[in-house]
Design a protein around this ligand. Structure first.
Ligand SMILES: [Zn+2]
Length: 287
């Protein structure tokens, strides 16, 4: 917190926090509507249970959910805690990125990157899909990001996108052709390519390792707890994609997209510290 007090003024961070929460509110719309192919603007926000339109004063990020005590004003049915959670995560990410990069265009770019990852993570949790409507623009804008991000050389972005694509495409093809089963979804291939474009090729190995490690830990923990994450969907299926009904997730599997997104954000915000910790660990073990 020391940096917050002595760096940019508190009021600025508060403003960034609020702006992040507003973007998070929009991400909730993206998460609910993009998998169903619905418009992001029309109709306006409505209660997913009773369909009642939500007035602006009941739609203030973070605040309204608490004032309404997590219940729809009209039908009184519970409003999922996920809505304020996504808003809170977006707000915290906005502050963290601005603290890391300062009030720069690069920070704004990386916040857009983080917002897309957040939406993709939740869509993947809901539907086991990473829609092209998000992954392809993510890749395209990432390839353009050296325009405003001086820290990222063009060749690093380009190689990162190409290498990320080839690495996971190889795994996907090996699974499809040799093992005759889905080892890697094509959504994950496009997502890693986009991450490579935004973070550069140096980020690919740490991101893949971090995501695999954390995904394995969560997967093992869920099996140990006797929970089948594939069936542990929320009772309200409003976000499930209708086209996806015939496909059943493999038993004891967790979608990989959320872990790729998480690892990319960890690398963006704490990459240097993680590398130092890793280095320290290796020296302790082998020196
Ligand atoms: Zn309602």
């Amino acid at each position: 917190m020391a940096a917050l007090a002595e760096g940019a003024p508190l009021a600025f961070h508060l403003w960034v926090f609020c702006a992040g929460a507003v973007v998070g509110s929009f991400l909730n719309v993206v998460i609910a509507r993009v998998p169903k192919g619905e418009s992001l603007v029309r109709p306006g926000s409505h209660c997913p249970k009773c369909g009642a339109p939500i007035a602006w004063f009941d739609n203030i990020p973070l605040v309204s959910w608490m004032l309404l005590r997590a219940k729809c004003r009209r039908c009184g049915q519970p409003i999922s805690a996920r809505y304020p959670l996504v808003e809170l995560i977006a707000a915290v990410l906005a502050v963290a990125i601005v603290r890391q990069l300062g009030p720069t265009v690069a920070a704004l770019g990386y916040f857009a990157f983080a917002a897309a990852l957040l939406a993709l993570a939740y869509i993947d949790l809901d539907t086991w899909l990473l829609p092209h409507q998000i992954t392809w623009p993510l890749l395209a804008v990432g390839l353009a990001s050296p325009l405003w991000n001086r820290e990222l050389p063009w060749h690093s972005s380009l190689i990162g996108a190409a290498a990320g694509f080839c690495l996971f495409a190889a795994i996907a093809l090996i699974g499809e052709k040799l093992l005759k089963k889905e080892t890697m979804g094509w959504g994950d291939v496009w997502l890693l390519s986009g991450i490579g474009a935004w973070l550069g090729f140096q980020a690919l190995l740490p991101v893949v390792l971090l995501s695999a490690l954390q995904g394995s830990i969560v997967g093992i923990a869920l099996i140990a707890l006797g929970r089948d994450p594939a069936k542990a969907k929320e009772p309200d299926q409003q976000n499930a994609s209708p086209a996806d009904d015939d496909w059943v997730p493999p038993k004891h599997a967790v979608p990989y997209g959320p872990f790729l997104s998480l690892a990319a954000l960890e690398h963006l915000l704490a990459g240097n510290r993680l590398a130092a910790a890793w280095d320290f660990l290796l020296r302790r073990l082998f020196a």
